[in-house]
Write a protein that binds this ligand. Structure first.
Ligand code: GLP
Length: 242
């Protein structure tokens, strides 16, 4: 079930998302946070850092990230490991051993998938933060991914590699061709989901997710079957909704 919130600015969108995270962090003895990369959650992460500076502690949190590129080292400047440390973890107090990010560079991807799924299965994610790809993907579950998928290796679509080329100096050839990602069934186990989407290039995917049929052609449409999804949009991303 979707609760849709339309923000008048990025600032307001980040604040709405942050208030949900704050209540989970303050109300649970061991909060389990599902985190995402991409530009959509960056404002939320800034709010989390600001709150830490004012006294909010994340020391008891456990985190699970959604995905990671395959074939680049975790210390590569565009790895999701680096992204998360630069945009959030270096600014707050979660101990490193409580942070989980899939590993795409140990040379044994099947094992990495199995181990990640096993580890996350030992917890219940209290809240999962999501963005959405312009092709309707969530995490790196591209169109066609089965709804019962767990952590797996995913070839990236041309569209996704084009969208993400901006992080690789605009050069699509530098964007990895595959990723390791939580599956749709993994994501659906989270108790609560917050999906943030802004900008015109997300409007169609947002419409398909909320108002289209539940189909693997739009992986995010599976969220129609989740009991608690807050969708935070700006006017542009909401522009195709009735
Ligand atoms: C990437 C990530 C997704 C993210 C999507 C949208 O492909 N794997 O988790 O939601 O991009 O990114 P952005 O928020 O930058 O538009």
């Amino acid at each position: 079930m979707f609760k849709i919130s339309i923000a008048s600015s990025n600032e307001e969108a980040s604040e709405t998302a942050f208030e949900i995270i704050r209540s989970i962090v303050t109300e649970n003895p061991q909060p389990v946070l599902g985190l995402a990369t991409g530009s959509s959650p960056v404002g939320l992460y800034q709010k989390m850092i600001e709150a830490y500076k004012k006294g909010l502690s994340y020391r008891s949190c456990i985190t699970f990230n959604l995905d990671e590129y395959v074939g680049i080292d975790k210390n590569h400047e565009q790895s999701y490991y680096t992204f998360m440390h630069e945009n959030l973890f270096n600014g707050i107090d979660i101990p490193e051993e409580q942070i989980h990010i899939p590993c795409g560079s140990n040379g044994n991807e099947d094992q990495a998938c199995r181990e990640y799924e096993e580890e996350i299965s030992r917890y219940t994610v209290d809240v999962q933060v999501l963005g959405i790809g312009s092709d309707g993907h969530i995490a790196f579950n591209e169109p066609g991914t089965p709804f019962d998928s767990v952590t797996h290796i995913m070839p990236l679509t041309e569209q996704t590699r084009k969208d993400n080329a901006r992080f690789f100096g605009g050069n699509i050839d530098l964007v990895p061709k595959t990723a390791i990602t939580q599956g749709l069934a993994t994501i659906m186990r989270a108790k609560k989901i917050i999906l943030i989407a802004t900008g015109n290039n997300k409007a169609q995917a947002v419409y398909d997710m909320i108002s289209g049929p539940v189909t693997v052609d739009c992986p995010a449409s599976i969220l129609q079957r989740h009991p608690d999804v807050t969708v935070i949009l700006d006017q542009e991303a909401a522009s195709k909704l009735k």
